[in-house]
Design a binder for this molecule. Structure first.
Ligand code: MIC
Ligand code: SF4
Length: 647
């Protein structure tokens, strides 16, 4: 068996482990962050339970930390009090980015983790099956419901050889993105094995599993071995270690070979993580900004690699450079090891331990800037500056570029690495100081939940009608991200717990007329291409369109989490039977269909296709509802909240 099959096999409660089959697995742990967490806990509250039913649930505050007025602070207070009320750990603002802290403090080999953030698979670096989902699915998991998803195919990635000087784990995942593209991993788990694995530390493995999200994968997984044990021991958690790996005769659905010694430093160029080129081929590009951090590359090992490159040098006068550490523990360790001194001395700006620039919460680049970042996403406009181009690189490449002022290949320039063990052990002693543990049940029951005025109830969709005659509100192409649908950044994030307000920003970055058009029409349809809704797990990309009256989304294919979010909020997810039919539809066309109840009520594995009439063009085309029988029952009820209430 593959390791994926072993972990799923030990948690499966429904379905058969055959690729494409819907399965349900027991969830041991959940995580939420503040930008998705408020909605998740509002939904959890409606379930009427006294306490979460997982082994462990953690609420992190790491995204909305600018606090330019009361709104983010109100959300944080809500999150802290709701955590106290329902038996959830609370990670205070400043403690770090959810994925980094979870890896260091809570991750356990062999367990399952569901998180309301697409980079939850970071914990796969520890041999944990970790999956990203919408907030509502995480709320349901906190309530003890098994998580339903399509059994993924398991793609084996065999690593051989060792990385050369200057080449980092980031370059491994960038190589995979170059080969596979942002949709190459749909419906798959990437499982890493082979002699090259032992040479990678857990934080290096976590960089790779983190960016598996950019491949569109369901998850990514490394074995749990001696390096895993070493990682846990340094953090005083050796007790949770167990040895885990695929069997020698495991059968993978596909095999990818990567010879680590053949890799060179790489960069994902604007505006997609799969637009990967060798740094050497881009060398000399003038750099305006450098940012080191994010949940991808901000472990103590990353900071040490960068600091070694900075020794005796200074940030180039034309470059603005910043460090946002992934966790307070890593920052403390960096302080003890003299690494922080090096960053400060070299002229880096020190930001707080949070997502920060990765999601456009400050440190936006200048117009038309070349911004070099150790992050995982470089979608247009995500940095906060629509005209800036973001290059995704390793910490070594970022540091070398910060001092030279030009995109620089660090090959052969990286000094010998120091062992950070003693500093990590020291810092780990303080790891729990910014974590508030769950209260005992009798005390938790007495906790009052605080709700600020910006926290509005989650809107509930209308049950569907049997037919529709609706205008196409927008037509978009392939690989549309949830950042395109529902932008983030400092202006929009404060409204994550206020759907009426946030809905004004739907598609605003790519079509400023959308909100007005949708509001005037009152209801409508979205038409898109391949891999629609890739990227973030934010359910706001379904919730806000639902609030504006979007009844159906018709595309060539969906990204996994977004399709699930659409179903949760009662929006019909259709795919074209003939992809070319996309060409025949224009914005403003009226599309008509009937007999929807018969499709939704059909219990067979493949219900009938839906025939659609394009009234404007006088043409017919066929659609398939991308929903299995249980999804169809949810859609018939008008989404997961109404479906749960009806049970
Ligand atoms: C992201 O990296 O895009 C985010 C912000 O972390 C999102 C979650 C969100 O939109 O709140 C994600 O990756 O799921
Ligand atoms: Fe935060 Fe960026 Fe990681 Fe998302 S990708 S969790 S915004 S650091």
């Amino acid at each position: 068996m593959t390791l994926t099959e072993k972990i799923i096999g030990s948690h499966i409660v429904e379905g058969r482990m055959e690729p494409g089959n819907t399965i349900a697995v027991k969830i041991d742990q959940t995580l939420t962050q503040d930008a998705t967490g408020t909605m998740a806990y509002l939904q959890f509250e409606t379930m009427g339970l006294d306490r979460v039913k997982t082994e462990l649930s953690v609420s992190y505050v790491d995204h909305n930390t600018l606090q330019e007025d009361y709104r983010n602070s109100d959300d944080h207070r809500y999150l802290q009090t709701v955590a106290a009320r329902y038996g959830v750990w609370f990670s205070r603002p400043g403690n770090g980015i959810c994925h980094q802290v979870h890896l260091e403090r809570f991750g356990e080999p062999g367990k399952t983790l569901l998180g309301s953030d697409s980079h939850t698979p970071t914990a796969g670096g520890l041999g944990m099956l970790a999956i990203g989902a919408g907030g509502l699915d995480v709320a349901l998991a906190m309530g003890g419901k098994a998580f339903r998803f399509s059994m993924p195919r398991v793609t084996g990635v065999r690593l051989s050889g060792a990385l050369k000087n200057g080449v980092a784990a980031k370059d491994i995942i960038l190589e995979l993105l170059r080969r596979e593209s942002v949709k190459g991993g749909l419906a798959q788990v990437y499982e890493y094995f082979g002699e090259g694995v032992a040479g990678l530390s857990v934080p290096e493995r976590a960089t790779i599993t983190n960016m598996g999200a950019e491949l569109g994968a369901t998850s990514s997984l490394f074995p749990s071995d001696e390096r895993t044990k070493e990682f846990l021991e340094k953090r005083g958690r050796a007790g949770v270690w167990r040895s885990l790996s695929a069997d020698d005769d495991a059968v993978f659905s596909r095999l990818i070979d990567i010879d680590l010694s053949s890799l060179r430093p790489a960069a994902a160029c604007p505006h997609s993580p799969d637009n990967v080129k060798a740094v050497a081929d881009l060398a000399g590009l003038k750099v305006d900004q450098v940012a080191i951090g994010s949940c991808t590359n901000s472990s103590i090992e990353d900071l040490e690699a960068a600091a070694e490159m900075l020794k005796g040098r200074f940030v180039h006068p034309d470059v603005s450079a910043a460090l946002a550490c992934g966790s307070r523990t890593a920052l403390l360790a960096a302080g003890k090891a003299g690494i922080l001194d090096e960053f400060i001395r070299a002229g880096f700006r020190i930001l707080e331990c949070a997502c920060g620039p990765c999601i456009g919460m400050g440190f936006a680049p200048k117009s038309k800037a070349v911004s070099v970042r150790t992050f995982n996403r470089n979608f247009k406009g995500r940095s906060g500056s629509a005209e800036a181009g973001v290059y995704l690189v390793s910490a070594q490449t970022a540091a070398a570029s910060a001092v030279s002022g030009l995109l620089s290949d660090p090959s052969g320039l990286c000094p010998k690495r120091r062992d950070m063990g003693v500093f990590v052990r020291e810092a780990a002693k303080f790891a729990d100081d910014m974590l508030i543990p769950p209260l005992p049940p009798e005390k938790a029951l007495l906790c009052e939940i605080e709700r600020g005025p910006n926290i509005k109830p989650c809107p509930v969709p209308q049950p569907p009608a049997d037919s529709f005659s609706l205008p196409v509100l927008i037509k978009v192409g392939d690989n549309i991200t949830t950042d395109d649908i529902m932008p983030a950044g400092a202006k929009v994030l404060p409204f994550r717990s206020n759907i009426p307000e946030i809905s004004k920003f739907v598609f605003s970055a790519i079509d400023s007329g959308f909100w007005k058009r949708a509001t005037e029409a009152g209801a409508g349809i979205i038409v898109g291409g391949l891999n629609y809704g890739q990227g973030s797990s934010r359910e706001h990309a379904a919730l806000a369109p639902m609030f504006l009256g979007v009844k159906a989304v018709i595309v060539k294919s969906f990204a996994r989490i977004h399709r699930a979010n659409l179903i949760n909020y009662g929006i019909l997810p259709f795919v074209f039977v003939e992809a070319d039919d996309w060409n025949g539809i224009d914005r403003g066309n009226t599309l008509e269909a009937s007999g929807l109840f018969a499709v939704l009520d059909d219990k067979s594995s493949a219900p009938p296709l839906v025939k659609v009439f394009n009234k404007t063009k006088g043409a017919y085309f066929s659609l398939r509802l991308d929903a299995d029988a249980e999804d169809r029952a949810v859609l018939r009820a008008g989404g997961s909240i109404l479906a749960a209430a009806a049970r």
